[in-house]
Each structure stands twice: as C-alpha cells, then as structure tokens.
Ligand binder design. Structure first.
Ligand code: F6R
Length: 260
C-alpha cells in the first residue's frame, strides 16, 4: 500500500486529481468507480479545472457511482445523482450514456443491484476506483460486518453513517434514508487500481485501523491491505494517528509518500 500525506486538503485533492488525469491520458476509455460526500469535492473541482484549462478529455470515460440512497424523490438535492451532475458531470464532457448511478427509485432494488453489477462486468470491469471512507471504516456503503465477498446490493445504513450524513439533509437525521444500493466489497476489490481519499481528524482512527489494524469485516476498509494496487491520499489530520512507515518516506513538494 502506498500512502501519500499532503499538507492540507487542497494539496491532497490536487495530488489525487493528477493520478486520475494520468489514468485518463493513459487509457482514455477507463472505467471509474466514483464516490460522493464531502471529501471528493476538491478532487472534482480540480478535474473540472483540468478539463477547462488543460483540455482533459472525459468523452470516452465510463463512470459507475459507488452508491445511491433508496427512495429519495427524483431530482432530490441530497440524492447522489443530483450531487454528481451538480458537482461534476455538468462541468466536464463525460458522455451521458457512459454515466451509471444505481436507480434508488427502482421498483425492485435487488434486481437493480444485480443489473448494476452486470453492467460493470459488461463495461469490462472497473479500471480505477476512487473511494472515500466513513468514520467506521465503511467504503461505498459497506458498513462494518459486510462480507468481503459482497457484490452490489441493497443495504441498511449504520446509525453512525445516518448521523454523519445528516449534514446533507439540513442536519436532520430523520430525513436521511435508511437504505441505499451500494457496490459490494468484492465489486470494489475487483477494480484494477484503487485510491482512497480521507481528510480531517474524524477520519484518523479509521485510517489507522485500515492501514495498521487486522484485516477484518468489522473495519471494511481494512480489506484494502489485500489489494495489489491501492494508494491512500490523506491530509495531515487524517494521517494523525498513523505510525511512521517501516520503509521511511519519500519527501515531495507539500506531500510525503510512504510505503507499507
Ligand atoms: C459515498 C461513499 C461513502 C463516503 C464516506 C465518506 O459515495 O461511498 O463511503 O465516501 O461516507 O463521506 P465524506 O466524504 O462525506 O466524509
């Protein structure tokens, strides 16, 4: 595992954007898994800048969002679909027919999840997964105790996740949907390359457990220790509880990178 610790959130976001852009330049028809939430906003803003100022071309890229709430009305401002168009897709040239987000209003969420998993396979699998992390170590909406063999399916959100996400629902936990459709752990682990972004002190415990703790379904993100190509992009606060790397670190401009 490679860990890049940036001095602050902006540098972290720019470093992560460089890796995403390098992937698109190397393989213009790359298939991405994409997160929502607070953490990737800086990454999306930087990718938009690269598109506008440097001509970064998304026209052949395919995207699959990691998750979507079940049951929010169409166009709801807290839906992940709204978020993705508002914060990213409307500002770059991703082809609309290459965007995939689970349909949270599907009549049969089980069937929707199975169709989604199948669509990922049909697209050739995920080349590059971008992840955030919950305070409890969730990735996607795979909460603690999720089986590592899980595929895309309907899930129930953990109480901690509902509380953390209330900030996107005017601070009201009762408005946060209880269920979502999420890629599974195996769906994510099948990605050829994974990066995970984390910012802020409230993520430092989960990050330490992810990198140094036992690989356990109690901390879903710990499974990433087993991924052959996984890089963590952290700001100083998220890296606050990390032990120094046994391999030392390589200094960079505003960042240091460590290999575990
Ligand atoms: C969202 C997702 C979640 C978030 C996580 C962190 O699509 O998959 O795993 O990445 O809940 O959210 P923020 O970035 O808001 O702290």
């Amino acid at each position: 595992m490679k860990v890049i610790v940036a001095d602050d959130y902006e540098i972290m976001s720019r470093e992560a954007a460089k890796i995403v852009a390098a992937e698109i330049r190397k393989k213009p028809d790359s298939v991405f898994a994409l997160p929502t939430g607070g953490t990737p906003l800086g990454l999306y803003a930087e990718l938009i800048r690269m598109h506008k100022e440097e001509g970064l071309d998304f026209s052949r890229v395919s995207t699959f969002n990691l998750d979507e709430y079940i049951g929010l009305p169409d166009g709801h401002e807290s839906s992940y679909s709204f978020y993705m168009y508002d914060r990213f897709f409307n500002h770059v040239n991703v082809s609309r027919d290459k965007i995939h987000i689970p349909r949270g209003l599907a009549k049969d969420p089980e069937e929707e999840a199975a169709t989604y998993e199948w669509a990922i396979k049909r697209a050739g699998g995920i080349d590059f997964a971008v992840l955030g992390i919950g305070r409890n170590g969730h990735i996607g909406f795979n909460e603690p105790k999720t089986e590592f063999g899980s595929l895309t399916r309907p899930i129930y959100l953990a109480k901690r996740t509902i509380e953390a996400n209330a900030r996107f629902f005017d601070g009201d936990p009762d408005s946060v949907p209880r269920q979502a459709i999420s890629m599974g752990i195996r769906t994510i682990m099948n990605a050829r390359k994974v990066i995970l972004l984390a910012s802020g002190p409230e993520k430092s415990r989960a990050i330490n457990q992810t990198i140094h703790g036992p690989v356990t379904e109690m901390v879903p993100s710990s499974v990433l220790q087993l991924h052959p190509d996984c890089t963590f992009f952290l700001d100083r606060d998220a890296a606050g509880e990390l032990k120094p790397s046994p391999n030392g670190f390589i200094p960079g401009s505003g960042t240091r990178s460590m290999v575990y």
